[in-house]
Each structure stands twice: as structure tokens, then as C-alpha cells.
Design a protein. Structure first.
Length: 92
């Protein structure tokens, strides 16, 4: 087992719908050259799902792997329930 720490980079745009990324070719008004470059050189998702349409609860779900009713962030401006662990707790 390696003693090196994982090298993980997460890029998350704020409220980015698929039709606002020019790499998908849907909306000619939207221009996102940096995201398009990442899409061209990396992975582009055709399907994605969210546990909620509210931004803070959705981000908390990404961070914890739990649904909002489990982590406690059910609206913007709330914090995680006491004892809820995030992804950073699972890395060495």
C-alpha cells in the first residue's frame, strides 16, 4: 500500500445546466471555452442527477454522499448535522 496521498481535484461550477455549456452545442449564445476544453480533453457527462435543486443542500450531498434529510442541510444557510462526516474524512 502506498503512503502517498490521493491527488483529487473537483471542479464544480455553480448551477451549471447542460444547455449553458457550449461544448454541448445547444445554445449558441453561451460560450464556455475553459469548460469546453475540459470536456474535449476529459469526460463529458450525458446524464446527471441531483438530490435537490437547491444549491447548498446539493453541495452538501456531494460532500457527504447523503441525501439532504440525512445530512441536515435542507435549505440554503444551514450547516451539516452534528457528527455528519464529509468526503475529506475518508482520505488518509
Amino acid at each position: 500500500m502506498s503512503n502517498t496521498r490521493p491527488n483529487i481535484l473537483v471542479l464544480m461550477t455553480d448551477q451549471q445546466r447542460f444547455d449553458t455549456v457550449s461544448a454541448y452545442g445547444i445554445n449558441p449564445i453561451c460560450r464556455t471555452p475553459h469548460i469546453d476544453n475540459l470536456a474535449q480533453r476529459g469526460v463529458r457527462f450525458e446524464n446527471a442527477f441531483t438530490p435537490t435543486a437547491i444549491c447548498s443542500p446539493a453541495r452538501a450531498s456531494f460532500y457527504t454522499g447523503l441525501y439532504p434529510h440525512k445530512h441536515g442541510v435542507t435549505a440554503n444557510g444551514l450547516t451539516l448535522r452534528e457528527g455528519v462526516r464529509g468526503i475529506n474524512h475518508y482520505f488518509p
